[in-house]
Design a protein. Structure first.
Length: 225
């Protein structure tokens, strides 16, 4: 996001994690990135990776900045974990300057789960697991509505469908943990657990697509008046 328009401008990454995007923002646009995250562990990694960026601990619902100080604000895979995503978007809309852009990048994990092979979806356990694991499993499908709801305009969006192999799907959806949970808590038959695990084991060695994760990228502008 940004190109030369953001050169030397302050920009904010909410839920910056280990700081990968801070580094890219600085390098590609010459911007002055600031990162906030709740986790001290993530921030320690971000400091090590993006030493020349400013990073600090903060909650997305209470950003420690005055109104309208950033040229652009982004959040990636942040709302997925938020029980009140509107509170985070309201803060992002507050701290971006008039004319500046807010960008949200969020997956739809429920839709991703539905694209897994039938063996995994037939019992309904995977959908139940995804709903239990993420505060907003469909955050991706909500981003356009959220940006509009907090007064932002000129909303643009696109969906990238990322094809994952079995290993990546297991990392993203925690399929092995789901199988164990379905067996212990939902009384799924042991045979089902065995079939999931042996299927995953076999697929691990290959790189064939296993499921598709829809990633919604949406951006919008704070009005100038
Ligand atoms: C899935 S990681 C994504 C990190 C990074 N945005 C990326 O795309 O690589 C989510 C990050 O959001 C942080 N986070 C979760 N809830 C938060 C909140 N309410 N305020 C600030 N950070 C939060 C987590 O600590 C974690 O580092």
């Amino acid at each position: 996001m940004g190109g030369k328009a953001l050169a030397r401008e302050p920009v904010l990454d909410v839920g910056c994690g280990t700081g990968t995007d801070l580094v890219l923002w600085g390098r590609q646009c010459g911007a002055r990135p600031v990162g906030v995250d709740l986790s001290h562990q993530m921030l320690a990694e971000a400091r090590a990776r993006a030493g020349d960026c400013s990073v600090m601990q903060a909650h997305s619902h209470h950003l420690p900045f005055s109104d309208g100080v950033f040229a652009a604000v982004r959040g990636e895979r942040l709302l997925l974990h938020d029980t009140d995503p509107g509170a985070a978007v309201a803060e992002m809309a507050r701290v971006v300057r008039p004319g500046g852009r807010v960008v949200l990048v969020e997956p739809d994990m429920e839709e991703a789960a539905a694209t897994c092979p039938t063996l995994y979806t037939e019992s309904g356990s995977l959908t139940a697991w995804v709903r239990r694991s993420f505060a907003q499993p469909r955050s991706g499908s909500a981003v356009r509505r959220l940006l509009r709801a907090y007064g932002l305009v000129s909303v643009q969006s696109e969906v990238h469908r990322e094809r994952c192999d079995a290993e990546t799907a297991d990392t993203v959806l925690q399929l092995r943990a789901c199988a164990a949970w379905a067996h212990e808590s939902r009384g799924a038959p042991p045979g089902q657990l065995r079939r999931w695990l042996s299927d995953l084991h076999e697929r691990d060695s290959g790189s064939a697509p296993f499921c598709t994760v829809p990633i919604h990228v949406a951006s919008a502008t704070r009005p100038t008046s």
